[in-house]
Structures are given as structure tokens and as C-alpha cells.
Ligand binder design. Structure first.
Ligand SMILES: Nc1ncnc2c1ncn2[C@@H]1O[C@H](COP(=O)(O)OP(=O)(O)OP(=O)(O)O)[C@@H](O)[C@H]1O
Ligand SMILES: [Mg+2]
Length: 244
């Protein structure tokens, strides 16, 4: 078995009286892609934010590479190799497209020079090449989402946390983003993804969990869940969790 990158144990978190997470436990191992599926308000974003140190825990724990995330600032976790692409973009709005990519590269510089790394990104996302000298904040929503994923690609994290990468994307942009994620996965990057597009989420993942009201109600291999009538009944064909 490959080593555990992320270990989450009985994690809970609240917003005042609202209990967003009620004792969630799971692991992500090196090389694995894991998807979390759930309806609006299930707690998916809260889970991602708690894991990356942005939402205080009020119970349980989370460890990345055996380090307690409560003892690490979000930028330290990023330097250690856990990159969070938050819901709704996650780009530096007042910086240029290319500056966004350079800063993401500088968090974890590799022996691939920036010029070559950015060239690879532009080949994959020609729209970003056209827009390289624009402010990120002036890109369309879909282009910003693409830039957020491009930042993850150039950063080469060990573990990528993705909150709804297809949100707001046209079918063509969704395909481009998922093609890039597949390449990252195949290059050995571990991915923990929240995604409402169930068929895309299960298509990319090895395993998946269903989150409802802050708890996991179902888990299994992506292939098992894709054929599970409960997934079909709960999520497929619904407006908020859909299949394309
Ligand atoms: N800042 C906040 N203050 C108060 N309550 C919040 C806050 N953020 C989230 N919540 C509540 O916590 C619960 C979980 O929200 P969360 O954003 O984690 O859901 P989600 O699964 O990501 O939903 P979506 O699919 O709509 O993105 C919801 O009931 C939500 O209303
Ligand atoms: Mg969310």
C-alpha cells in the first residue's frame, strides 16, 4: 500500500450553532484520486476549508504528511505540497495571468524552469496564452476557473484539493479542465475533489464518498458508486448535482 498523505479523523466544524461537519474520517494515499459528492449545503466546501486550515476545527483532527494541520499555516501547507483550489476561482485578481502562474510556480519551484513550465500550461490552455498580460480579475468566470486549475498544474502539488473545478464552465472548458486533471493524476499527483458533476467526478476518481448533512453516508470505489441506485436516485438528474 502506498503511504498516507492525508488523514482525517472524526473531524467536526461549526459556524456558530450550525454544525457543518459531524465527525468525518477518511484517508487519501499517495497516487489516489478521491471524490466527494453531496448536495448543496452538505458541507463539502467546509471540509476542504477545514483540511487546509481555513476553518477552525471543533473536534477531531487532520494530518498532512503526519503534520497536524492545526500547527501549520495555510501557506506552509502549500509549501509542503498540499494545494487548495477553492470554490469559485482562487486566483489573485489584481495580478496578471502570467504573474498568477509565476507565483504558483514559486511556492514549489522544481528543476523545470518557469518558462518551460508556463509554456506547457499555455499549450494546454491556449486561452490563457492569449490573456497572459490581462489582470486575472478581468477574465471571464470560466477563464478564471481555468487559471485556478493551471496554477495547480504549474505548482505540481503532492495533494491537490479541488472544490468544484467544473463550476461555471461550458462543456468544452469542462472537458479541457478534466483532461488536464487526468494528466496530473496520471503523473502521480493525488487529488481530493468536490464535484457536483457526478459522472465527471466518478470518471476521474478511484474512490468516492457521499457527504450529507456533514456526515459520510456512502462510500466505495468509483465504479461501485457509479452503478449504485442510491447515487442515481439522489444525485443524477437533479438540478444541483448533475450529469453532463
Ligand atoms: N460562513 C458561514 N457562516 C454560516 N454558515 C455557513 C457558512 N459557510 C457555510 N455555512 C453553512 O454550512 C453548511 C455547509 O456549507 P458548505 O459551504 O460547506 O456546503 P457545500 O456542500 O460546499 O455546498 P455547495 O454545494 O452549495 O457548495 C451549510 O448549511 C451552510 O449554510
Ligand atoms: Mg461548496
Amino acid at each position: 500500500m502506498s503511504r498516507v498523505l492525508l488523514s482525517v479523523d472524526q473531524l467536526s466544524a461549526s459556524y456558530g450553532p450550525i454544525r457543518a461537519l459531524r465527525g468525518v474520517s477518511f484517508e487519501v494515499r499517495e497516487g489516489e484520486t478521491v471524490s466527494i459528492i453531496g448536495a448543496n449545503g452538505a458541507g463539502k466546501t467546509s471540509l476542504m476549508r477545514a483540511i487546509s486550515g481555513l476553518l477552525p476545527l471543533n473536534g477531531g483532527s487532520a494530518h498532512f504528511l503526519d503534520q497536524d494541520i492545526r500547527r501549520c499555516a495555510p501557506h506552509q501547507l502549500a509549501r509542503m505540497g498540499m494545494l487548495h483550489v477553492p470554490e469559485g476561482r482562487g486566483t489573485l485578481q489584481t495580478m496578471l495571468v502570467e504573474e498568477n502562474l509565476r507565483l504558483a510556480w514559486e511556492i514549489r519551484p522544481t528543476n523545470v524552469p518557469f518558462e518551460r513550465a508556463v509554456g506547457n500550461v499555455y499549450r494546454r490552455f491556449p486561452r490563457l496564452l492569449e490573456r497572459r498580460a490581462q489582470l486575472a480579475g478581468n477574465l471571464s468566470g470560466g477563464e478564471q476557473q481555468m487559471l485556478a486549475v493551471a496554477r495547480a498544474i504549474i505548482n505540481r502539488p503532492q495533494l491537490l484539493l479541488l472544490d468544484e473545478p467544473s463550476m461555471g464552465l461550458s462543456p468544452r472548458f469542462t472537458s479541457e479542465v478534466f483532461r488536464a486533471l487526468r494528466e496530473l493524476r496520471d503523473a502521480g499527483v493525488s487529488i481530493l475533489m468536490v464535484e457536483q458533476n457526478v459522472s465527471r467526478a466518478l470518471g476521474l476518481a478511484d474512490r468516492a464518498m457521499v457527504l450529507a448533512h456533514g456526515e459520510f453516508t456512502l462510500e466505495g470505489s468509483a465504479a461501485e458508486l457509479a452503478n449504485d441506485p442510491r447515487i442515481m436516485a439522489s444525485y443524477m438528474g437533479q438540478g444541483d448535482v448533475y450529469v453532463s
